[in-house]
Design a protein around this ligand. Structure first.
Ligand code: ARG
Length: 463
């Protein structure tokens, strides 16, 4: 390994093997080759437009960069050399190919604005990919919801049976979370859609650059405002990490429910064989490894977020080499998010909903007890606290008889409180109870359908 691979004009001794091992980011930042080439092409174009380099040099640089791109894509240029990072590797290759013109590419540019650009382009592209996959998941969940607006299941608090709801309503809770996630990604995209290139090392450049040209060519809204901030800023990376963590936290909660619902105690859903694995010793087992992994990977992406927050928290302006630590966590979280979203979508699409078992579970736990208390308040005029106690007595009687309160006869109910009349019987039915919750955003089938329709039309506006 020779010292010329480390970017320096004033270091004369060759750098130690250990320094290079610690310092070199090529092994991981090589994934930025597309963005680096795209950024360099735009920068060279601007330099020529501004007459900072000649048209001839630009033509050579452009041709050289396109060739390098093809060489990387075809595997001819492996990016496994001892260059310090992706920027040096590509610039070095360019100069090997085209000579002096290649050496002019870095005019009016520093690796500080170059890496800020490459990384931002990477984050922006992947923000869009994640957003698209979120929409796909929302679409799939909406499909499951549409099929299950009448499917009763016990709604829970404290993981205890609480009130009857329908499965579509439950799915729509997750759709609401993923919609917020989508909105977080798109708003981050907008907030960060400004071009860093042309900021040079930290203070701008005396060359007559035109940052609007590069910004427009690269698809940004405008150049960033302040160069010192721009080369120090990794908020865009932190935002994608936070957005991924929040999204994965939602996915993890859904996964946790899928794991529970797959257990023999529930059997509410059955994951397709494609998404389950066996045990090496227990031949009868079918394990929900996929949702378990999605739940587990949430820990990993949270770690990446905390790591970068910690790297950034004490850094003086502007660039510090600590910031090279920004990339691996983001690459990892992005890879994890993309794969997880694809897997989740397939798993939800192919899972079987056991309507019967969900329904049966509603007969455990006296789910319509609140309806009885509400009836005594609304129809009989009993103060809620008293109604609450009467209902408690009814529940005790049902427990003694080993039935659900919806199975008690009118006689049995009236022997507890004679103000209870015949209309109570149908009210205690679980479906009636679910459908009674007609307040806006409530679980009744009518209100659930309203929620589905609202998000179906929202989805249309996003595509
Ligand atoms: N590989 C470096 C990084 O990822 C590029 C920027 C280097 N800039 C510098 N002044 N050493 O942060």
């Amino acid at each position: 390994m020779s010292e010329k691979k480390i970017a320096s004009a004033r270091i004369t001794e060759s750098s130690s093997q250990l320094l290079q091992e610690l310092n070199n980011s090529l092994p991981f930042d090589k994934v930025l080759y597309r963005e680096d080439i795209e950024g360099s092409r735009a920068h060279a174009y601007m330099l020529a437009e501004q007459k900072i380099i000649s048209k001839e040099d630009y033509a050579q640089i452009e041709r050289g960069l396109v060739e390098i791109y093809e060489e990387v894509e075809s595997g001819e240029f492996l990016l496994d050399g001892d260059d310090e990072d992706i920027h040096m590797a590509i610039e070095g290759r360019l100069t090997d190919k085209i000579g002096d013109a290649g050496k002019r590419l870095h005019t009016a540019r520093s690796r500080n604005d170059q890496v800020a650009l490459d990384f931002r382009l990477y984050v922006q592209k992947n923000t869009q990919k994640i957003s698209d996959l979120l929409l796909l998941n929302i679409e799939t969940l909406l499909k499951v919801a549409k099929e299950n607006t009448e499917t009763l299941l016990p709604g829970m608090t404290h993981l205890q049976h609480a009130q009857p709801i329908n499965f579509a309503f439950h799915m729509m809770a997750y759709v609401s979370m993923f919609k917020r996630d989508y909105e977080r990604f798109t708003s981050s995209y907008e907030r960060n859609n400004y071009s860093p290139i042309g900021c040079a090392a930290l203070a701008g450049t005396p060359h007559p650059v035109n940052r609007r040209i590069t910004s427009e060519k690269l698809g940004f809204k405008a150049p960033t405002l302040n160069c010192l901030d721009t080369v120090s800023d990794r908020d865009f990376a932190l935002e994608i990490l936070f957005n991924i963590s929040t999204m994965m936290m939602h996915m993890s909660r859904l996964s946790e429910e899928l794991i529970l619902w797959s257990a023999s105690e529930f059997k509410f859903v059955q994951l397709s064989d494609k998404h389950a694995t066996g045990s090496s010793i227990m031949p009868q087992k079918k394990n929900p490894d996929i949702p378990e992994l999605l739940r587990g990977k949430t820990g990993r992406v949270n770690g990446n977020l905390v790591a970068l927050l910690t790297v950034m928290k004490g850094l003086p302006l502007a660039y510090n080499k600590d910031m090279q630590e920004d990339k691996e966590g983001v690459f990892d979280s992005v890879r994890t998010a993309l794969l997880s979203l694809e897997v989740l979508n397939e798993m939800i699409d192919e899972m079987t909903v056991n309507v019967e078992n969900m329904n049966k579970a509603c007969m455990i736990g006296h789910l319509s007890a609140t309806d009885l208390a509400d009836y005594l308040v609304k129809k009989v005029g009993i103060p809620f606290r008293d109604a609450y106690h009467i209902t408690g007595n009814v529940v005790n009687v049902a427990e003694d008889k080993g039935v659900d309160i919806s199975e008690l006869t009118l006689d049995e109910l009236q022997s507890i409180d004679n103000r209870i009349s015949v209309d109570v019987v149908e009210l205690l039915d679980n479906r009636a109870s679910m459908n009674a919750r007609t307040s806006e955003g409530g679980t009744s089938t009518v209100r659930t359908k309203e929620q589905i329709e609202s998000l179906v039309s929202w989805l249309k506006t996003q595509k």
